[in-house]
Ligand binder design. Structure first.
Ligand code: FNR
Length: 370
């Protein structure tokens, strides 16, 4: 359909399902095992309700935000998703360009189809980019990547910690992996397995021995870049990350692509934030930011996460579905849709700015009940 018939982020998925090549669709859309966590990621948002306020002068609303000290037009960033060329021949640079136009931060994936430098070169001056990092068993490779990222102006490293082994995504495994993996395939050498889907073909270099003791070394290599752990799934680990000197965590289960029956990030967010604050983190003196991703499809989803203490949320699949069917224009359309949704919904809940989106604007009494 023509792009102006796309009215929500859900629509991009419906169109991608019908139009994408099977290989790409199977890789993008799959979750682990029975995909219970993947579905729950979005469903959890259905159990949080607003407590709208009235008569608050919402003549103009402001949803601009700041992520790790960098201004952005919305409390939303493009999270890392691998293998962009399975969806669009130009790959991830289409995301970069749309992000630049809309002042949105892009998290560059280690396993992108485009090279890291292509994605940095596609950015406009002062466009902020983060790098998602899979830590290689060969640490010298990882350190090289970190050093290069710092030289190219990347502002933060998001170290993925929920994937010591890639999950079983059966839909993807039924597709034989053909062609070139990512430009980063040299990460793992050329001997990747082609017969069990894209995910397994490209991930064999990831180090399963990675542990808390390795953080100091990575932090040191990162220099000025901030460090965020992506894939935290309990308050205990969020506290450990803060105590280890990280700058934040992403509560995430990798879009339901790793452990099935991992909790939806939204369900653990209130507890994580309460406990971090009780330990003195998330304050001006000890700034620590909590992000979440998984199943975010509407500005109302984002506003719920913000009310519960998140700084911003990551959006994955809708971005690559938009890219796959409409290229850069599709990704831009996704941002425009979100902006319209923010404006209307902030008016309707009675929040002129994001700092007005506080815990008592949501009712979470049903969030953690069956
Ligand atoms: C991912 N994700 C991911 N995460 C990561 O740290 N490194 C990676 O290479 C990838 N690759 C990847 C590929 C695809 C196709 C998907 C869908 C996801 C996980 C991603 O960053 C994020 O956690 C989820 O995508 C968020 O969920 P939604 O928005 O897709 O529901």
């Amino acid at each position: 359909p023509p792009i102006d018939e796309i009215l929500s982020l859900h629509d991009f998925e419906a169109v991608a399902r019908r139009t994408m090549a099977k290989r790409g669709w199977n890789y993008y859309s799959s979750g682990d095992d029975d995909e219970i966590t993947m579905r729950e990621n979005h469903n959890a948002y259905h159990r949080v309700w607003f407590r709208p306020r009235i008569l608050r002068n919402v003549g103009s609303v402001d949803f601009s935000s700041s992520i790790l000290g960098h201004k952005t037009s919305m409390p939303v960033y493009i999270t890392a998703t691998a293998l962009g060329k399975l969806g669009h021949p130009e790959g991830e640079v289409t995301l970069t360009r749309a992000a630049g136009k809309h002042n949105i931060i892009q998290m560059i994936p280690t396993l992108a189809s485009c090279s890291f430098d292509e994605m940095v070169d596609a950015a406009i001056p002062n466009q902020i980019q983060f790098l998602q990092l899979y830590v290689n068993s060969d640490r010298s490779r990882t350190k090289k990547i970190i050093k290069h990222a710092a030289e190219r102006g990347v502002k933060a490293l998001f170290i993925t910690v929920d994937a010591p082994q890639l999950g079983r995504r059966e839909k993807d495994m039924r597709t034989k992996f053909e062609g070139n993996a990512s430009s980063q395939q040299t990460q793992g050498g050329d001997n990747f397995k082609r017969d069990q889907g894209a995910a397994r073909a490209i991930s064999s270099f990831i180090d399963p021995t990675l542990n808390w003791k390795d953080l100091a070394e990575l932090k040191e290599a990162a220099g000025e870049m901030k460090i965020v752990l992506k894939g935290v799934q309990s308050w205990e680990d969020a506290v450990m990350a803060a105590e280890a000197g990280c700058d934040g965590v992403v509560l995430s289960n990798h879009g339901g692509r790793q452990l099935d029956f991992a909790p939806s990030p939204l369900t653990i967010l209130p507890q994580v934030v309460t406990i971090l604050k009780s330990r003195g983190f998330m304050t001006p003196k000890a700034p620590f930011e909590v992000f979440i991703d998984g199943g975010v499809r509407r500005a109302t989803d984002v506003l719920k996460a913000i009310a519960l203490g998140a700084t911003a949320v990551g959006i994955g699949r809708p971005m690559i579905y938009a890219m796959s069917t409409y290229g850069e224009q599709g990704v831009s359309r996704a941002f425009e849709i979100l902006k319209d949704e923010f404006e209307m919904n902030m008016r309707l809940i009675g929040a002129p700015t994001l700092s007005d989106v506080v815990p008592n604007m949501v009712d979470v009494s049903a969030l953690n009940s069956a």
